[in-house]
Design a protein around this ligand. Structure first.
Ligand SMILES: *Cc1c(COP(=O)(O)O)cnc(C)c1O
Length: 399
C-alpha cells in the first residue's frame, strides 16, 4: 500500500515549496505590460528586494535561473583576459568557475573538496601571490551539493588584511532569505540569487545585486552585451528596460506576495526559523548515525553547515531506496546526493539531501523526518533510536 495520497511535500533544495498565497497571486489573466497594475506594482518591489539582501545599492533582475545569473554577473564583472579566483566548497563553485572560464577569463580555483569549509590560509596565500591581478573573488555562500556554508565576513577580512582590490562576488542562490546575509555590512560587491529557492517563487527570475564600487570598476568590462548589461536594468526609466523586453508577468505577482510574506515574518525570524529547522534535521541524523556507522551528515562542524539544506550519507544503496520509499509511500520527495559520486557508480546510491528551504515549518520538517524513519523501518535500514524525540526536543526548546 501507499500512504502518499495527500498533499505532496517536495523537500529537494530547489525548486522549493510554493506557498498557496504565491500561487493565488499568480493565478490571474495576462496583465497589461504598458500601464496599470503590473508596472505600478513592480515599483514597490525594489526596496523590499534590497532589504532581503541587506543592501541599499543596485539590483538588476533577469528572466533566468541560477546558471543565467552566474552568466549575468560574469559578463558585467569581466573583460576577456581578466583573472578571477573561485573558492569551491562542493559542486556549485566549480560550475560557476566553468561558466567564467568559458568566457575567456583566466580562472584559478581553490577547491576545498566535498565536505570542508574554505581554508582561509590558502585564500590568503593565493591573494598575496597574485599581486592584485584578480578582478574578483567568487564564492558560494551555501553550496547546495555539499551543504557547506562559507564565512563571508571572514573572507572579507582576509581580503582586506591582504589589501587585495578584487571585488567580492557571492552566490546566494541556495541561501537568500534562508541563511543570514548582509551584503553591505559584510562588504560584498555582487550577489546572485534565483526565485525558486528561499524566495518561494517558481524558477524564472534571477537577481543580481551589485555595489557602486562594482558598477564603477566594471564600467568598461568588454564581455557585456546589451541584453546582460546590468546598468539599464538597475536604472530603468521605462518598464521594458527592467527586463530588456517582456516582463515575467506572473512571476512578479508571485514575488510581490513572497516579499510580503518575508516582511510579515521579519528577516531575523525567517533566518531563525531556518536555523531551528536545520538543527532539527541534524539532531535526527545524529541519533540515526549513533546506531549505524553508515549514517552521517556530510559537514562535520555545525558552524560550517548551511541552514537551508542538509547533505548526508546512508550507505549505498540505502539512500536511493529510502528516497524512493519516502516519495512513493509517504509523499515526501527528498533530494538526490549531488556531486558525491557519478550516477553510474554504486556509491551514488548512498547519498541524499533534505531541504528545509523557504516555505517550511515545524510540522513539515518533523513530518519529513518521521516519514524517513518509517522508511528505514520498512526497508530494514539499520539506524539509531530516538531521532524523532531528539528532533522534537530541538523544536520544543526553541519556541
Ligand atoms: C540551485 C543553485 C544554482 C543553480 O541554479 P539553477 O536555477 O538550477 O540554474 C547555483 N548555485 C547554487 C548555490 C544553487 O543552489
Amino acid at each position: 500500500m501507499s500512504l502518499a495520497h495527500g498533499r505532496p511535500y517536495l523537500a529537494i533544495p530547489g525548486p522549493s515549496v510554493m506557498p498557496d498565497r504565491v500561487l493565488a497571486a499568480m493565478h490571474r489573466a495576462a496583465p497589461n505590460i504598458y500601464e496599470g497594475k503590473l508596472p505600478d506594482m513592480v515599483e514597490t518591489l525594489w526596496p523590499d528586494l534590497r532589504r532581503v539582501a541587506g543592501t541599499t545599492q543596485n539590483v538588476a533582475l533577469y528572466i533566468a535561473n541560477g546558471h543565467g545569473v552566474w552568466e549575468a554577473a560574469n559578463m558585467n564583472l569581466f573583460s576577456r583576459g581578466d583573472r578571477a579566483l573561485v573558492l569551491a566548497t562542493g559542486r556549485f563553485g566549480l560550475s560557476w568557475a566553468e561558466s567564467v572560464r568559458a568566457l575567456g577569463v583566466t580562472v584559478d580555483v581553490l577547491d576545498f573538496g566535498k565536505s570542508s569549509p574554505v581554508d582561509f590560509d590558502r585564500v590568503e596565500t593565493a591573494l598575496r601571490a597574485d599581486g592584485g591581478a584578480y578582478k574578483a573573488v567568487l564564492c558560494t555562500h551555501v553550496d547546495t551539493a555539499s551543504t557547506v556554508r562559507t564565512d563571508v565576513p571572514r573572507l572579507r577580512e582576509v581580503m582586506d588584511a591582504v589589501g587585495h582590490p578584487a571585488l567580492l562576488a557571492v552566490d546566494c542562490i541556495a541561501s537568500m532569505a534562508c541563511d543570514e546575509f548582509h551584503m553591505d555590512a559584510w562588504g560584498v560587491d555582487v550577489v546572485v540569487a534565483a526565485s525558486q529557492k528561499g524566495l518561494m517563487v517558481p524558477p524564472g527570475i534571477g537577481f543580481v545585486w551589485f555595489s557602486q564600487k562594482a558598477r564603477e570598476r566594471c564600467r568598461t568590462s568588454d564581455l557585456r552585451t546589451p541584453y546582460w548589461d546590468w546598468a539599464p536594468r538597475a536604472d530603468a526609466t521605462e518598464f521594458w528596460q527592467y527586463w530588456n523586453g517582456t516582463a515575467p508577468t506572473h512571476h512578479l505577482f508571485g514575488l510581490r506576495e513572497s516579499l510580503d510574506m518575508l516582511a510579515e515574518e521579519g528577516m531575523p525570524a525567517v533566518w531563525k526559523r531556518h536555523e531551528v529547522l536545520a538543527r532539527t534535521v541534524w539532531a535526527a541524523f545524529d541519533a540515526w548515525g549513533a546506531g549505524s556507522p553508515d549514517i552521517a551528515l556530510n559537514v562535520a562542524d555545525p558552524a560550517h553547515r548551511g541552514r537551508s539544506v542538509t547533505a548526508a550519507r546512508m550507505g549505498a544503496p540505502h539512500a536511493t531506496r529510502l528516497r524512493e520509499w519516502t516519495e512513493h509511500k509517504g509523499g515526501v520527495t527528498l533530494g538526490i546526493g549531488l556531486g558525491m559520486a557519478a550516477p553510474s557508480e554504486p556509491a551514488y546510491h548512498g547519498f541524499l539531501r533534505v531541504a528545509h528551504m523557504g516555505h517550511v515549518n515545524a510540522h513539515m520538517t518533523l513530518g519529513a523526518l518521521a516519514v524517513m524513519e518509517a522508511g528505514m523501518v520498512s526497508l530494514n535500514i539499520p539506524h539509531g533510536q530516538g531521532a524523532l524525540a531528539a528532533a522534537a526536543r530541538v523544536v520544543g526548546s526553541a519556541v
